[in-house]
Design a binder for this molecule. Structure first.
Ligand SMILES: Nc1ncnc2c1ncn2[C@@H]1O[C@H](COP(=O)(O)OP(=O)(O)OP(=O)(O)O)[C@@H](O)[C@H]1O
Ligand SMILES: [Mg+2]
Length: 280
């Protein structure tokens, strides 16, 4: 079977008590960390997402795949209200974090974004030192204690697997780092505010294979402690790092399932066509 052949390199993710697909989850399974219910999204009059109901498991990796323009980034950005900054946009349906509507009137968006960090496709370090990049979020949150800041910077760089390369150059400009290092710096910066969820929009697409592999190893490590949602165009990557994969097409969630099942035995014809390269 072409499908099976295409994914013979599939790596079985280690079993975890929370990797049950939360969609129609077994009794006793943990509630989802994030959930969208019949979610829609509009750029002015243009509807970019419709009727997206998806549960995202805690401390696991969920991959979002689908053809260009299908709404993956829009969906990701609506999970921490990053779309709010785009004028004329509107969300319908519900987006919930730990069962609470993140679009409710009383929600403080700054604290929400502290809980749900984001890493973008192009690394976006600030033109500041490595230290100041990582300390940025905690400082904005009001932390001034130097010893505490130093501790957070070291811990975040450790978690982002950049400490060894950066520890002797913390005062150097972040712009002097390589592309792969800059992306790990952005991950460290996102981790510095102790988020619960990490949203990643094609975090490795601009990187060489070695740096990509480091980011993938890192994601594998991070999922012990964080809920990760990652957009990727690389289906082998989705197969390697995620437990659950959601396939989007033209603003709709076509299919979601255990990654292995979705790649080897998809239910929908559209999914099969996409993963076998027949379109998209
Ligand atoms: N800022 C914006 N203003 C208006 N329309 C937008 C904006 N951003 C995205 N869109 C539209 O919303 C739809 C979904 O775009 P989105 O960027 O979410 O797709 P995507 O799946 O991430 O694509 P890609 O794989 O190319 O990154 C597209 O039709 C796009 O043109
Ligand atoms: Mg995108």
């Amino acid at each position: 079977m072409a499908l099976v052949k295409a994914f013979t390199q599939f790596v079985e993710p280690p079993s975890s008590p929370v990797t049950d697909v939360a969609q129609g989850a077994a009794p006793g399974a943990r509630p989802p960390k994030l959930e969208t219910v019949q979610m829609g999204f509009f750029y002015g009059l243009n509807q970019a997402l419709r009727d997206v109901s998806l549960k995202i498991n805690e401390r696991a990796v969920t991959a979002l795949i689908g053809p260009s323009g299908c709404g993956k980034s829009t969906y990701l950005r609506s999970l921490n209200r990053m779309n709010d900054i785009i004028e004329g946009t509107r969300v319908s349906g519900k987006v919930m974090l730990d069962g609470e509507d993140i679009y409710a009137k009383d929600v403080d968006v700054v604290s929400l974004r502290k809980r749900i960090g984001m890493v973008f496709q192009k690394s976006t370090p600030f033109p500041k030192s490595i230290f100041d990049n990582v300390a940025f979020g905690p400082r904005i949150a009001g932390l001034t204690d130097k010893a505490k800041l130093t501790e957070i910077v070291e811990q975040s760089l450790q978690r982002a697997a950049l400490w060894n390369e950066a520890k002797d150059r913390l005062r150097d400009s972040a712009m002097a780092l390589s592309g792969g290092q800059q992306q790990r710096l952005c991950i460290a910066r996102a981790l510095a505010t102790s988020p619960e969820v990490l949203l990643m929009d094609e975090p490795a697409s601009a990187l060489d294979p070695a740096s990509t592999s480091r980011i993938e190893d890192l994601i594998f490590e991070l999922k012990q402690n964080y809920t990760i949602v990652i957009v990727t165009h690389n289906m082998q990557q989705a197969a390697r790092i995620s437990e659950v994969t959601a396939f989007f097409c033209m603003g709709r969630l076509v299919e979601v399932g255990q990654t292995k099942q979705l790649f080897t035995n998809p239910i929908q014809k559209e999914t099969e066509d996409y993963i076998t390269g027949r379109f998209g």
